[in-house]
Unconditional design. Structure first.
Length: 385
């Protein structure tokens, strides 16, 4: 993102119900659920409540054989018909999952995608390391870093692991650590955007997940003085998707679960494994080597934000927003939000404009920048449902 491009304040579209009045609608857990809840209530009434009521009525008409047989038949018929209706509604799902793949090129699997193809990077020499954050540090001078900690990230273990391991480990290697804890959404963004002494730090370390890392990136690019400080991600979030893009590569160590083809949850090995992963990342910080990373710029309702990882539309976006409201559930909140969103069958009509990019040309400094070519002849508009 070029320095002259303005990153407007993303805090205006944070998860706030009041923003609905201003045109930015952030879905809640109950949005669009009326139809599904009515159907679910009717199904439970038909399949569970009615048979129980009929079975209790049988005892009241034991002396009337004709009525007793009728209620016994209803007791069996209602739950059976309810189960058959449930199976009937699931038939389209099973047919979709079981149908053969269409002819033609298929979506590439994760490890064979174009972004993971080493040959793609050969066209752009600028992706090689661009220097060391410790250059210019005089002998005896402390290497100063800012540690931004999100104590609520992931399993709420950010503060604990920071105190027990990260801070002592960095201090052992002559690093001066200045710690700041975030207290609310987009706190890291405002801290980095408005910090007057940010130039005194060699690196900004985020202890948290994708959200904290994204806030820092947005805050850095929103600074009006143009100051840029390298950012290091110490992964202690729920999914740590941004970090996984680097961790599951050939150069990552296999002994702590990294490497290509080893994709799985970072927390699956417990706290001890997470400490090993954080230590590996701390060693990268101590080595001081930096590299450029592309960002994605997205604008909605006149607010521009940048993303390190991805931007979601429709159901996937709703899963992330609703997942924030269910943070008390822990990592399973995304699964709950996803299943709930599918059950609601809530559609999101939209029109998306995009610019197709030729990846044989580099979009980084010194190469042809596709951003400069955005005009009516290059922009494709596609309606989505």
């Amino acid at each position: 993102v070029r320095n002259e491009r303005t990153i407007r304040d993303p805090t205006t579209i944070r998860y706030d119900a009041k923003q609905k009045k201003e045109g930015v609608h952030m879905p809640s857990f109950c949005d669009g659920a009326t139809r599904f809840l009515c159907m679910l209530f009717t199904w439970l009434l038909w399949t569970v409540a009615a048979p129980i009521a009929f079975s209790q009525t049988v005892h009241l008409v034991e002396n009337n054989e004709q009525h007793r047989d009728l209620f016994l038949a209803l007791t069996v018929a209602f739950p059976c018909s309810g189960v058959l209706y449930l199976l009937y509604t699931l038939v389209p799902v099973f047919l979709f999952l079981c149908k053969p793949a269409p002819p033609g090129p298929l979506t590439q699997v994760l490890n064979d995608g174009p972004y993971r193809d080493p040959s793609r990077f050969k066209v752009c020499p600028e992706v090689s390391p661009k220097g060391n954050i410790w250059e210019g540090v005089r002998e005896g001078e402390k290497r100063r870093v800012l540690l931004l900690v999100n104590p609520n990230a992931g399993k709420r273990l950010g503060a604990k692991i920071t105190e027990e391991f990260i801070v002592p480990y960095l201090k052992e290697h002559d690093v001066e650590v200045v710690r700041m804890d975030t207290t609310h959404a987009w706190h890291a963004y405002t801290l980095i955007r408005d910090m007057t002494d940010i130039h005194t730090y060699r690196c900004i370390c985020t202890v948290g997940g994708d959200g904290t890392f994204t806030e820092v990136a947005n805050g850095m690019l929103a600074r009006t003085d143009g100051v840029r400080v390298p950012v290091c991600l110490l992964p202690l979030g729920t999914s740590n998707s941004s970090f996984c893009n680097f961790f599951f590569q050939e150069q990552a160590p296999r002994d702590i679960g990294g490497g290509a083809g080893a994709e799985h949850g970072l927390w699956s090995g417990g706290q001890e494994r997470m400490k090993k992963i954080v230590k590996w990342q701390c060693d990268k910080l101590l080595a001081g080597v930096t590299a450029g990373v592309d960002v994605l710029e997205a604008t909605t309702h006149n607010v521009t934000v940048v993303s390190i990882n991805a931007a979601f539309l429709g159901l996937l976006g709703e899963v992330n927003v609703v997942g924030e409201q269910l943070r008390w559930m822990g990592p399973i909140r995304y699964d709950v939000a996803a299943v709930w969103g599918v059950c609601k069958k809530m559609s999101h009509p939209m029109t998306v404009s995009y610019v197709p990019i030729d990846f044989t040309k580099c979009a980084r400094t010194g190469c042809n920048n596709p951003i400069e070519k955005v005009n009516d002849t290059h922009t494709h508009t596609t309606p989505l449902q």
